[in-house]
Design a binder for this molecule. Structure first.
Ligand SMILES: Cc1cc2nc3c(=O)[nH]c(=O)nc-3n(C[C@H](O)[C@H](O)[C@H](O)COP(=O)(O)OP(=O)(O)OC[C@H]3O[C@@H](n4cnc5c(N)ncnc54)[C@H](O)[C@@H]3O)c2cc1C
Length: 426
């Protein structure tokens, strides 16, 4: 078996991995290896040919491949080595990676630090337990996206989409452009699970109906999907008798959530947060296992790619410091979720790093709060350390709260931080 050595190995070349590899080089790591199972770098962005990427970083509305190409070029110029068409099969606590590819067979890579940037995968029919027959024509929205945008063929002509996630809404528009009829988007929750901008631009603008609190009761068809039976549900997801409707169609697309890809992380005992299915991380994006960092959708599902890049840059910088023996081991305080907050990233904060960096806490709310709200970072008792006013907060849209040098003194007195969202009394 071939053995390679490197300072930093990055697993996954989506925007998280590309940014991490680039930052590792820019922060002094000599030998940075970016390992990707696909034939090309870029991750999920390669199939996202719609625009909407880079709004925060570039103040531009780029298509996914253009956004990825920017970081591919920068990484190449910075001297990152790409190992493509190579699947990582196993990692060990002493930072060895076992991988395989067609040209070299099995490979062993010894790194000084490893960055996990494997992204996430879509939930399938099995995970949402859809009843009915098992005909062809039931696909995840991301699979359909790859077929239409990369492979060049259509999944069907008359389509129902289950789930109001961003990929589903984007595919509703894309399939309409390509001549399909999208009959309906069904959402089991009483609110949208993706971004409002995607609802407006992808469904409303194309008169595609969105039916809240509805789901699939039965898939009908033998060889191929022939129809979907839908049903309304109450607040506890119980079917409303008599609300059934049969919609003739040939395809059902599922946009029912993403799962961070952490099978490798679990091999070495990296602790996963049950709320995000991603590793517990500190603000250096280091996991609980020394020398293993994580960035991007592998940590939690981001809404905008710009935040993924930001996390990758921090993970890469800190992995380079770690590999060079320069990552400080300061005391870290836990960051917890309070009222109306589903989860917060990072889980631990090294306050001293605020002297050199602005830090960001990122969170999602548990339910839509349509009236003006205040997002507060407290010490878990009476003191409000930082606060941000918002006109509303929705589960589909991540909220970012900056922490700056001016907050250091109050943070130093806190034993923990609690992030909560409360009504704003104007
Ligand atoms: C369909 C869709 C539409 C989106 N639209 C927008 C938008 O309009 N605007 C926006 O800002 N954001 C959008 N996003 C969000 C953004 O694109 C993602 O948040 C971002 O791509 C996540 O980056 P990542 O690097 O974490 O993961 P990914 O891009 O998923 O990259 C992970 C990489 O890891 C590789 N990998 C995994 N396991 C292994 C292994 N064992 N060995 C080797 N390689 C491995 C994968 O092949 C993949 O290339 C969209 C996302 C999706 C899915």
């Amino acid at each position: 078996m071939k053995i390679k050595n490197c300072d930093i190995a990055v697993i996954g070349s989506g925007p998280g991995g590309l940014a991490a590899a680039l930052a590792a080089r820019q922060n002094g790591a000599k030998n940075v290896l970016l390992i990707e199972r696909d034939r090309e770098p870029g991750g999920i962005l390669l199939q996202c040919i719609h625009n909407g990427f880079g709004v925060e970083i570039f103040k531009k509305d780029l298509p996914g491949p253009a956004y990825a190409q920017h970081y591919i070029n920068e990484s190449e110029e910075a001297g990152v080595q790409f190992l493509l068409d190579t699947m990582v099969l196993e990692i060990t606590k002493d930072k060895r990676i076992f991988a395989s590819n067609k040209s070299e067979g099995m490979l062993e890579i010894q790194a000084k630090a490893i960055i996990l940037a494997m992204g996430c995968r879509e939930r399938t029919r099995a995970q949402v337990r859809l009843p009915g027959a098992r005909p062809a024509g039931v696909y995840t929205a991301g699979t359909a996206q790859r077929w239409v945008n990369v492979e060049g063929f259509m999944p069907g002509k008359k389509i129902v989409i289950l789930g109001s996630g961003d990929i589903g809404m984007i595919m509703a528009r894309r399939l309409t452009f390509e001549g399909a009829k999208v009959e309906r988007v069904l959402e089991i929750m009483p609110y949208l699970s993706g971004l409002m901008r995607n609802y407006v631009q992808c469904l409303q603008d194309f008169d595609i109906p969105l039916q809240m609190q509805h789901t699939v009761k039965r898939i009908i068809g033998n060889e191929r999907v022939e129809a979907i039976e839908t049903v309304a549900v109450d607040d506890h997801w119980q079917e409303v008798p008599g609300s059934e409707e049969v919609i003739p169609c040939d395809t059902l697309l599922l946009s029912v959530g993403l799962i961070p890809e952490n099978e490798l992380s679990q091999q070495i005992g990296i602790q996963l947060d049950p709320l995000t299915s991603g590793p517990f991380v500190d603000n250096h994006f280091q996991t609980n296992v020394d020398g293993f960092f994580a960035a991007g959708n592998v940590v939690h599902v981001y809404d905008l790619v710009d935040w993924v890049t930001g996390a990758g840059l921090r993970a890469g910088e800190n992995a380079a410091l770690y590999a060079g023996g320069k990552l400080s081991l300061n005391k870290k305080i836990p960051v917890q979720h309070g009222q109306n907050v589903h989860h917060v990233i990072p889980h631990f904060l090294d306050i001293d790093s605020l002297a050199t960096h602005e830090e960001q806490l990122q969170m999602r709310v548990t339910k839509p709060l349509e009236d003006p709200v205040k997002v507060q970072v407290t010490d878990g008792k009476d003191e409000i350390i930082a606060s941000k006013s918002l006109p509303y907060a929705r589960p589909g849209e991540m909220v970012t709260i900056p922490l700056k040098e001016k907050h250091i003194e109050s943070l130093k007195k806190a034993e923990r931080l609690v992030v909560q969202v409360v009504d704003r009394e104007d």
